[in-house]
Design a protein around this ligand. Structure first.
Ligand code: SF4
Ligand code: SF4
Length: 476
């Protein structure tokens, strides 16, 4: 017996009460209504945004990338419209991630899990895959029947058709993903000619497989078990956050309508279970707030349709705050305030992060320099008695114009330098390019180690930036 199991646990007890419940396949029923239309709109908007963003043009001049958004891994840069993020500017990406995370916290405290229900890509692709599924295999009841049938010709062809369309969609998603990392038109041409590199193919295959598996098979399990946001979103809610809630004070005691259509002495819920059947995560919202609920509002649509048929007021399941619902149950109609302390706090963090990013982006130096001293050998002693060190100096021109620099070493010793390949010492660096220079420095030194500063100067002799290093000599 496993040491992790209690001593009294035997095989029969485990079978009766398994530690893990196996997944019950969910076949959501289609529903019409406001939230369904909203969900459809967001699904198409998010897909258009995802697939078209890499095709947005942006003029950066001749020979430079002309995509508005590009993650140029080989060039070590991220292009975001007018912004060029170099590896040294990684704090900008950190700032963007903080903005996204705090934006999510703010939206959760204001409008609950609206992001999950309408805009998250897991939701968007799953929704699309479900539409394909119901188009090929039929409505909820037809799909349940098909699942129960033994494999026959009709079931086989339906399954092949569904999985083929899923794979085509997943392939298109993966191709679009590649567009973010290289020239989109060129990537498409290479893809069509089967001319993708090994790494590109590996990324393409991974995204294809992830989309196919997550949207086709894992579905609600991603939201329930894998997504960290779903796990901790509860702490971002307060009693004024808007969430999808069943108004039990109106609905209970529930009962089948056929048995009692006089609603004066019973609750409005007729226990039709339509709210559960339409739910993409299989939640029964009448049991209260649950982590699995992604806030998509489809149960509201389902219940509203039922209430309409029964001539009862809608919004038995509603999108409102716990506070407003509690007050309504006492006969008081109130609206929860939008601006609360936690909302102010999130907005303050957002504004402070945004302001810090704007300031740091505007204060970024246009020229940066880095230096690497050769370590094999540390130094060379020349026949003249001078000591020689070699360095690799990288000058980055982040400005929008090409620039000509001079590199001048200074320090306590009388340093003499030579840049290999630049006899005149004028270093022309195009806009957005890096000059990698081999620099030989010689000096007579009386100490083992001397501080040395490389000054990057304009042609007029003005120091633009500088970097400190050391000049090494033999032990004295
Ligand atoms: S309970 Fe309602 S809001 Fe929550 S996931 Fe299910 S259908 Fe969407
Ligand atoms: S859809 Fe409305 S009436 Fe039907 S079970 Fe759900 S809450 Fe009750």
């Amino acid at each position: 017996m496993s040491p992790l199991l209690p001593q009294s646990t035997d095989q029969a007890a485990l079978q009766a009460n398994p530690l893990y419940e196996s997944r019950k396949k969910i076949h959501p029923k289609p529903v019409k209504g406001f939230y369904r239309s909203l969900k459809n709109s967001f699904m198409w908007i998010m897909m258009v945004v995802y697939h078209l963003t890499p095709w947005l043009p942006w003029d950066r001049g001749v020979g430079r990338p002309d995509q508005a958004i590009l993650i140029d891994i080989s060039g070590g840069r991220v292009y975001l419209f007018n912004l060029e993020i170099w590896p040294q500017d990684i704090y900008i990406l950190t700032g963007l991630m903080i903005l996204a995370a705090v934006g999510l916290f703010l939206s959760a405290s204001l409008i609950g899990r609206a992001w999950c229900g309408f805009m998250c890509f897991q939701t968007v692709w799953t929704d699309l895959f479900m539409k394909v599924e119901s188009w090929v295999e039929g409505d909820r009841n037809a799909r349940i029947r098909l699942d129960a049938q033994p494999m026959g010709l009709s079931k086989f062809f339906k399954r092949v058709a569904k999985h083929s369309i899923w794979l085509l969609i997943a392939a298109f998603v993966a191709l679009s993903f590649l567009w973010y990392f290289d020239d989109a038109a060129q990537v498409t041409k290479d893809f069509l000619h089967g001319d993708l590199s090994g790494w590109t193919l590996a990324v393409f295959g991974t995204i294809l497989a992830m989309t196919y598996l997550m949207a086709g098979f894992a579905r609600e399990q991603v939201c329930t078990y894998m997504c960290p946001y779903g796990r901790f979103q509860g702490v971002m809610f307060d009693q004024h956050s808007k969430v999808i809630t069943y108004q039990d004070w109106r609905g209970e005691p529930r009962g089948k309508a056929a048995h009692n259509t006089d609603f004066s002495n019973r609750g409005a819920c007729i226990d039709c279970s339509l709210c559960v059947q339409v739910c993409p995560t299989g939640v029964d919202i009448r049991e209260g707030q649950q982590m699995d609920c992604i806030g998509c509002g489809l149960c509201i649509d389902a219940c509203d349709n039922v209430m309409e048929k029964l001539n009862l007021p809608k919004k038995l399941i509603c999108y409102d705050s716990a506070h407003a619902i509690q007050e309504r149950s006492k006969g008081r109609e109130v609206r929860s305030p939008l601006l609360r302390i936690r909302v102010f706090f999130y907005m303050a963090v957002l504004l402070a992060t945004f302001a810090a990013m704007v300031v740091s982006v505007n204060m970024r130096p246009e020229t940066t320099v880095s230096v690497y001293r050769d370590r094999a050998p540390f130094y060379v002693t020349l026949t003249t008695g001078e000591v020689q060190n070699a360095y690799t100096v990288r000058i980055i021109n982040k400005s929008k114009m090409e620039k000509t620099y001079r590199l001048v070493p200074t320090g306590a010793a009388d340093f003499d330098s030579k840049i290999i390949g630049y006899p005149e010492g004028n270093i022309l660096v195009e806009s957005g390019k890096v000059a990698s220079l081999r620099v030989i420095v010689k000096a007579h030194i009386s100490q083992t180690q001397q501080p040395l500063t490389f000054n990057v100067q304009s042609l007029e002799g003005k120091t633009i930036t500088s970097i400190d290093t050391v000049f090494i000599g033999p032990d004295q």
